[in-house]
Design a protein around this ligand. Structure first.
Ligand SMILES: Nc1ncnc2c1ncn2[C@@H]1O[C@H](COP(=O)(O)OP(=O)(O)O)[C@@H](O)[C@H]1O
Ligand SMILES: [Mg+2]
Length: 649
């Protein structure tokens, strides 16, 4: 970031104009400013506001239990299969021992070869059986893993859909994607798989191997145990550092995804403001940081394998020399020594895998913590415990009664705002930009709850109504309508799944959208692109209006719904709404004040307060804020008309 603010300080030309001391002075001054700005931005960043809880491992297992419960018998079967696999794995070093001690030494030239062949047959049957059982067990493990991942994904998406707008405005989509769907769930999936696969196999392998080793020679077993303890001690020490490094690397990786998502969404603005170089530098900074952190975490892991590998060689050397001494002393058969060399390798593999599972658990904990923190975040908009049902014949009268509200607790946007939108009337809300009009619609839709006062529907506090049924009363055209990256038909149909193609075309006609949709390739099947990027602003708005018209809603909210349209289209759409709004409650937020002559009532807001209300004529006669805004708008329109006459339009 600092690089963005201080680009010219690096240039050689800069040094020609300033002395070194001046550069240092400028540098430190600019640096301080940049750092202060950066600190302030960092405090407001999603990362800083996202307080990750730390969950105890017991809590983690408690949460997984219900996801695994349907598979308990399958898991039990898998565990048995994996234990057999572990036992077969631990039996491998017995094969050379038998061949050397029994076939070669005891039976010698005569029939030794038959014993060797028999041992080989047993070995092959056991080990081929092991691979077959492994295949069976692993297909179960993958099935269970995918099912758990599916449930976690579904649960997380469902939860994110329900979370309130204040949560979503704080945490951008890139941030949530990485924490909930990207890294986190992938890491969890891998952990579940390796836990099930390695735990059952290698715990059995460990016990079985130790048991056989003790039976063969307790002295050599002690040597192996001492070496293994050394191994575990070093691995634990070093894996703590790996955990810290990989956490840093994961966070930097997430930050890269956030930057990519943000910048790709803003590619048009970047090109328009020729910010490519600056954005490229910012991106390279982020990605370089992430890669450096990845490198340092990989180096830590390599250090661990280097150290542990050397411990295992030391152990082999110790086992061989101790064994050789015992064989020379005739305290041990030579085949037993060969078996022990095999066992120390097996045990090291087993312990290595178990330490890996442990290491993976510590790394995955970051993912668990992040995921569960999101899942445990409650929406600010809570359902009432015993909601009052919305009556079937609801009138649709809305009211804001002494409402206080701010997006941040210490910054009120609406201050003691009171306004009434009577049932089945058309009311307009006007005021300067930023005075809180959209905020009123946000409260009416219950995207947010007020901190003081109440929002009422037909006299009932909307917090007492079931949220879904309440929102179903509304048809809205939001100020920044969102179109999904799918066809025109799907974009409309999703608002009212009962509507057929004819109804969709009818709504498009009313919104003056059919005239352009008709000319598009594929018409209703035309894909609109991300956020409707393949359409013009006015076309997007007309589709949003058609989507609203497709609903049979009792209440209609239009927030600057026609702001991107020409006056002619606006007038025609207005007529369609008039025909449609019969028996409906309508709230219009408009900036072309002359389109409001027909409304029943106009409410004028200023700095979060209602300052005037009345009919169009009344308000003009009053000479207050409405008359003032109207005069400015009219002057603007006259100028536009004159320019049009002069051929500038
Ligand atoms: N999600 C948000 N978080 C914080 N502040 C917001 C948010 N949305 C709007 N605001 C602030 O609330 C004030 C009113 O905004 P708004 O209701 O959108 O005004 P308008 O009358 O133009 O529709 C503005 O000062 C704006 O900065
Ligand atoms: Mg607005």
């Amino acid at each position: 970031m600092a690089g963005m603010v201080l680009p010219h300080l690096h240039s050689p030309l800069f040094r020609l104009f300033y002395r070194k001391s001046e550069i240092q002075h400028l540098w430190s001054g600019r640096q301080e400013m940049a750092e202060a700005a950066e600190n302030q931005a960092a405090e407001q960043s999603a990362e800083a506001q996202f307080r990750v809880e730390h969950y105890h491992w017991r809590e983690i297992f408690r949460r997984f239990a219900p996801l695994l419960a349907p598979y308990r018998f399958r898991m039990l079967g898998t565990a048995v299969l994996l234990m057999l696999v572990g036992a077969a794995f631990a039996a491998v070093p017995l094969f050379p021992k038998y061949v050397i001690d029994t076939a070669i030494k005891t039976h010698g030239r005569e029939d030794g070869i038959y014993y060797a062949l028999a041992a080989a047959a047993v070995f092959l049957v056991v080990e081929c059986g092991r691979t077959f059982l492994w295949y069976q067990a692993m297909s179960n493990v993958y099935l269970i893993q995918q099912s758990v991942v599916f449930h976690l994904r579904a649960q997380s998406f469902n939860h994110l859909q329900k979370l309130c707008l204040s949560f979503h405005s704080k945490f951008p989509s890139g941030f949530l994607y990485e924490r909930v769907f990207g890294n986190s769930i992938n890491a969890l999936g891998t952990f579940i798989q390796s836990f099930m696969q390695q735990f059952a196999t290698f715990v059995t392998g460990l016990f079985f191997s130790l048991f056989v080793c003790l039976y063969l020679s307790w002295q050599l077993t002690l040597v192996i145990i001492a070496g293994a303890a050394c191994y575990v001690f070093v691995a634990r020490k070093l894996s703590k550092r790996i955990y810290t490094k990989s956490k840093e690397s994961a966070q930097a990786g997430m930050r890269v995804t956030e930057v990519i998502m943000d910048k790709l969404h803003g590619h048009k603005t970047i090109q328009a403001f020729i910010m490519e170089e600056q954005v490229q530098r910012e991106f390279e900074d982020e990605i370089w940081t992430a890669q450096r952190k990845w490198l340092s975490s990989v180096m830590e892991s390599m250090k661990l394998s280097l150290t542990t590998e050397n411990i295992s060689y030391l152990l082999t050397a110790t086992v061989v020399v101790t064994g050789a001494y015992m064989v020379l002393d005739e305290n041990m058969e030579i085949g037993t020594l060969v078996a022990f060399v095999g066992y120390q390798a097996t045990l090291i593999t087993v312990i290595q895998s178990l330490t890996n599972v442990y290491g993976q658990f510590t790394t995955t904990r970051v993912a668990f913590d992040q995921l569960f923190t999101v899942l445990d975040t409650h929406s600010d908009i809570e359902e009432c415990e015993r909601p009052v049902p919305v009556p079937a014949e609801v009138c649709g009268g809305l009211e804001l009664r002494h409402v206080d509200f701010g997006y941040e607790p210490d910054q009120l946007i609406l201050k003691d705002a009171s306004l009434v939108i009577p049932a089945r009337q058309t009311v307009a809300l006007v005021g300067r930009s930023g005075c809180g009009k959209t905020t009123v619609t946000n409260l009416l839709m219950r995207f947010y709850d007020p901190s003081g006062g109440a929002v009422l529907l037909d006299g009932t506090d909307i917090r007492k109504l079931p949220l879904h049924d309440y929102r179903a009363l509304f048809g809205v055209v939001l100020q920044d309508p969102y179109l999904f990256d799918t066809t025109i038909f799907e974009n409309l149909h999703c608002a009212n799944p009962k509507a057929d193609e004819a109804a969709v075309i009818e709504a498009l006609k009313k919104a003056r959208a059919w005239e352009f949709v008709e000319k598009l390739p594929g018409q209703l099947r035309f894909r609109v692109g991300e956020r409707g990027s393949r359409l013009s602003g006015g076309q997007r708005q007309r589709l949003a209006i058609a989507r609203c018209m497709l609903l049979e809603s009792r209440i209609v909210l239009l927030d600057e719904a026609t702001s991107a349209l020409d006056p002619e289209s606006e007038a025609i759409i207005q007529q369609s709404f008039d025909a449609l709004s019969h028996q409906k409650t309508v709230l219009i937020i408009a900036h072309r004040l002359n389109t409001l002559r027909h409304v029943d009532r106009i409410i004028v807001m200023d700095q979060g307060r209602v300052v005037e209300s009345g009919s169009y004529e009344e308000l003009l006669g009053k000479g207050g804020l409405f008359a003032e805004l109207h005069a400015i708008a009219t002057a603007g329109m006259i100028r536009e008309a004159r320019m049009a006459e002069a051929g500038f339009a």
